[in-house]
Design a protein around this ligand. Structure first.
Ligand SMILES: [Zn+2]
Length: 530
């Protein structure tokens, strides 16, 4: 097989170095990635999913390049406060706010929206990360890091508070990722009367609040239950409370990826304060480098405006499905816009995504059909088209994930293959090349939209035929998958065997109404889904 690995290095735009650089892994052939994940207090919207689809694209491209990937994405279920644009955020815990509004336990809120996140994620073709650590299940890891910071002189406990703060003056690099200088930091700090902090821009690692619904006693055995490491000697002055938002990511990345790993991603709003604080914590607590590269996805606009709940543009996946769009169409639109460019999300964009996926899927379905043809292939340039695809696709994605150019290479390939009409082994090679590209894109269905179900198959699977009622249910849907079409065809075959002509005819009419081409041939039934 003529699959060629890209010869150049993968280049990414590193937020810290503020330029596009060669990616050099910590360990050859391996990459360890940490993604800032969702705060599970509400349903994720497409703005959140832009960042997660980007993280998935990055992971899939490393897999395409045969890297061994370890990907960790956290689930934030405590400590993320409403005023999160400040390093030392104030306001209410986002989980607690929803818990209060719904009258639920905050842990129930967390699990409910975490489940919703995962089902949306799967629909969007976002692969499983290797770990999804929850903040509430890693309190000991955070306390360990808090104690390390106290021991190494980066943190302090203001007299009589039981809280722990990070001393930003102890870490001269603070502000380097975001490019903020001390004056900016002071201007952005919360104006507090009688502040207990040494510097207004110092931020909390551990907070106390008697009214908080999720609290831990740092010194109780129950808090440390199941912690695999050695329990440190904690400063006895740390009181019952809850962690700051930032400490979860530095502590959980250390647990699952070590003190030094390759890439940390997030949305651009994470750069400051969240990632700036993560760096200060992780590098202050150990001698590790923490993340060696930083990648951030830009926000998206809807109809050229900031997403807004009031205007109904804070779209969730469900909102868009209700408008008739599929998750794959949303994925395509999100990934076809370069992650670092501003993106304007529109319904017209989704219509265009539908047309693009349709063209790719048609080409794939044709290749599947032609793969089975034994007539000799007239095409002679298929190998050339494949190597052009692979070099164009790889070089584009090596260029800081330039998806627009990568897609252009795929469409050029598809046009060539449609013209060449390869058969047999050559069609199979073209199909394999298209599927390799789709491992990165994740938008094509591997089930063919057209084909033949032979008489032998229909007879052989007769005992698995669904009831006429189940067939009616399937036909009442907006569309059928190839697997569902097969079920319906079996139900019709069973009805015909039983001489139940009204059911057989009703099924046929139902298929017609869905735009499915369906015909009886001497070999069996031929079908083409719309
Ligand atoms: Zn984070």
């Amino acid at each position: 097989m003529g699959y060629r690995q890209p010869s150049m290095a993968f280049q990414l735009y590193d937020t810290r170095q503020k330029q596009q650089v060669d990616f050099v892994p910590l360990e050859a052939g391996k990459v360890k990635i940490y993604n800032c994940g969702p705060t599970v207090y509400s349903t994720a919207h497409i703005g959140n999913f832009r960042s997660f689809v980007f993280a998935d694209l990055l992971r899939r491209y490393f897999e395409y390049r045969n890297f061994e990937v370890t990907q960790v994405m956290n689930i934030t279920d405590v400590g993320h406060l409403t005023e999160d644009d400040r390093a030392d955020a104030g306001g209410e815990d986002k989980l607690q706010k929803t818990a209060r509004e719904l009258g639920w336990d905050p842990f129930k809120v967390a699990r409910h929206f975490e489940d919703g996140f995962h089902s949306d994620r799967v629909a969007l073709g976002i692969q499983n990360a290797h770990q999804y650590p929850r903040a509430t299940e890693h309190i000991p890891d955070m306390l360990v890091q808090v104690q390390q910071l106290l021991d190494r002189g980066h943190a302090y406990i203001p007299e009589g508070t039981g809280e722990v703060y990070y001393d930003i003056s102890s870490f001269p690099e603070y502000g380097k990722l975001s490019g903020k200088v001390t004056e900016d930091l002071e201007a952005g700090a919360r104006v507090e009367v009688n502040t207990v902090k040494r510097h207004p821009a110092d931020f909390a690692l551990w907070k106390t609040d008697e009214g908080h619904l999720m609290q831990w006693d740092p010194h109780a055995d129950s808090t440390w239950e199941g912690y695999p490491g050695a329990r440190p000697k904690l400063d006895p002055r740390i009181n019952r409370g809850f962690p700051g938002w930032h400490i979860e990511c530095s502590a959980m990345s250390a647990r699952y990826l070590g003190d030094t790993f390759d890439i940390h991603t997030g949305g651009e709003d994470n750069i400051f304060p969240h990632h700036e604080c993560e760096i200060a914590q992780a590098r202050g607590a150990t001698d590790g480098q923490f993340s060696r590269y930083w990648m951030h996805a830009r926000h998206l606009l809807v109809n050229n405006k900031k997403m807004s709940k009031r205007e109904g543009t804070l779209y969730t996946l469900e909102d868009l499905k209700a408008k008739g769009y599929t998750a794959k169409e949303i994925r395509y639109l999100l990934l076809s816009n370069h992650y670092r460019q501003p993106m304007n999300f529109t319904l017209e964009g989704l219509d265009a995504a539908r047309a693009s996926i349709g063209r790719l899927q048609n080409a794939r379905d044709l290749l599947v059909e032609r793969e089975g043809l034994s007539e000799p292939s007239k095409a002679t340039d298929v190998n050339e088209a494949i190597s052009k695809l692979e070099s164009g696709f790889g070089e584009s994605l090596d260029d800081d994930l330039n998806t627009a150019n990568a897609l252009a290479a795929v469409f050029e390939f598809v046009n060539t293959v449609n013209r060449l009409q390869p058969t047999g082994a050559e069609a199979a090679q073209a199909l394999a090349a298209l599927d390799r590209a789709d491992h990165v894109l994740g938008v094509l269905s591997k089930e063919s939209k057209s084909g033949t179900i032979s008489k032998a198959e229909l007879d052989g699977e007769l005992d698995q035929a669904p009831s006429p009622d189940r067939a009616k249910e399937l036909l009442a849907q907006q569309s059928l998958s190839p697997a569902e079409l097969r079920q319906v065809a079996l139900a019709r075959h069973a009805a015909r065997k039983d001489k139940d002509w009204p059911t057989a005819d009703a099924i046929r009419d139902g298929l017609k109404a869905l735009g499915v081409l369906f015909e009886d041939t001497p070999q069996g039934v031929r079908y083409k889904l719309p």
